[in-house]
Design a protein around this ligand. Structure first.
Ligand code: ZN
Ligand code: ZN
Length: 68
């Protein structure tokens, strides 16, 4: 799995670390942006519980300013 952004820049040596959750392309640690997103979920009848989850987006999708 090669980083798409690195391939565009003719650097084919970078191995991807993950897949962008927006466009689905592989991205390396240099081009990946990890976002912390708050997720709320109700468990049964209990109160809402918020926890932090991670979301990986690539450099291009991060620049596009997609909504978190
Ligand atoms: Zn890259
Ligand atoms: Zn992307």
């Amino acid at each position: 799995m090669k980083c798409y952004d690195c391939l565009q820049e003719a650097r084919s040596d970078a191995e991807g670390i993950g897949v962008c959750s927006q466009c689905g392309l592989a991205t390396c640690e240099n081009h990946a942006r990890i976002r912390q997103v708050q997720v709320s979920r109700s468990v049964g009848l209990g109160p809402f519980r918020g926890y932090m989850a991670r979301k990986l987006v690539c450099h291009a999708c991060d620049l596009a300013g997609s909504t978190p």
